[in-house]
Design a protein around this ligand. Structure first.
Ligand SMILES: [Zn+2]
Length: 259
């Protein structure tokens, strides 16, 4: 295998390792954020629950006050009715009738108020039950995530360390100027940085490369860049051709990566 092919292979490998490492780094950043998002949601639900409970307490208070008043006035009406039997003059009788009337009227209003309080209480209790359910679900989701997070992050950190080692090894046989070019493009363009050229088309930007450069790349002597997108390019035929003669599987990996 020529030095050129070997270098391209290492670049493709580097590309693959780098892509995996970047994805891992991103997911390591996102995981705690996801958990923080769930925790924020939990706090929001608990606050909502607090408000609903406060409202329920207030309604319960109103309800017992009104029931107490209804009871008291009913007792008054009952007492008046008993007294009514003993009244002898008409004037007193009418006065008592009016008083009873007023008390009964007020109690009817209270009764209506009580009914609407009960309705609202039922609604609020239903809301509280729904919230309690959501809070419990979220709590177990958070617990599960927290449990998994540490183990998951540790595994990812471990894999990342491996990738960094493999990347360093892949870099060893790549000349410094090429590595500099790789790092330079990496900071400016989306992955992949190392791309194949199929029928004179760059697989990074999908634009045709000039004939002169296509001729150069086919010679396989020098690592070239796409004049349009600056990505490091190689001719995919080099890998197809060497696949049969090379049993270590690397050229095939290189071809797959190029797609
Ligand atoms: Zn290009």
């Amino acid at each position: 295998m020529s030095l050129y092919i070997e270098q391209i292979e290492q670049l493709v490998l580097l590309q693959r390792l780098d892509t995996e490492a970047q994805e891992l780094e991103k997911s390591l950043r996102d995981m705690p954020e996801q958990l923080a998002g769930l925790k924020g949601k939990f706090v929001g639900l608990e606050r909502q629950m607090g408000q609903v409970r406060e409202r329920i307490n207030l309604l319960e208070e109103q309800k017992s006050r009104i029931e107490h008043e209804i009871e008291e006035d009913s007792a008054k009406v009952k007492r008046s009715k008993n007294k009514l039997m003993m009244v002898e003059n008409t004037k007193e009788y009418h006065a008592m009738m009016r008083e009873m009337d007023t008390l009964e009227k007020m109690n009817r209003i209270r009764e209506e108020e009580r009914v609407s309080l009960l309705e609202e209480l039922a609604e609020q209790n239903e809301q509280a039950a729904g919230l309690a359910e959501r809070i419990a679900e979220l709590r177990s989701e958070i617990d599960a995530q927290e449990d998994g997070l540490k183990a998951d992050m540790a595994a990812k950190e471990k894999r990342l360390a491996e990738l960094r080692k493999q990347k360093a090894k892949a870099c060893e046989c790549i000349p410094d100027p090429i590595m500099d070019r790789f790092e330079f493009i990496r900071g400016r363009l989306d992955n992949p940085i190392v791309v194949s050229v199929t029928d004179a088309i760059c697989n990074g930007c999908h634009i045709r490369i000039p004939p002169q450069i296509f001729i150069e790349i086919q010679k396989g002597e020098q690592i070239l860049s796409c004049p349009n997108c600056q990505r490091i390019i190689y001719w995919d035929n080099h890998f197809r051709a060497s696949k049969d003669g090379d049993q270590d599987g690397r050229p095939r990996a290189a071809v797959e990566e190029a797609d």
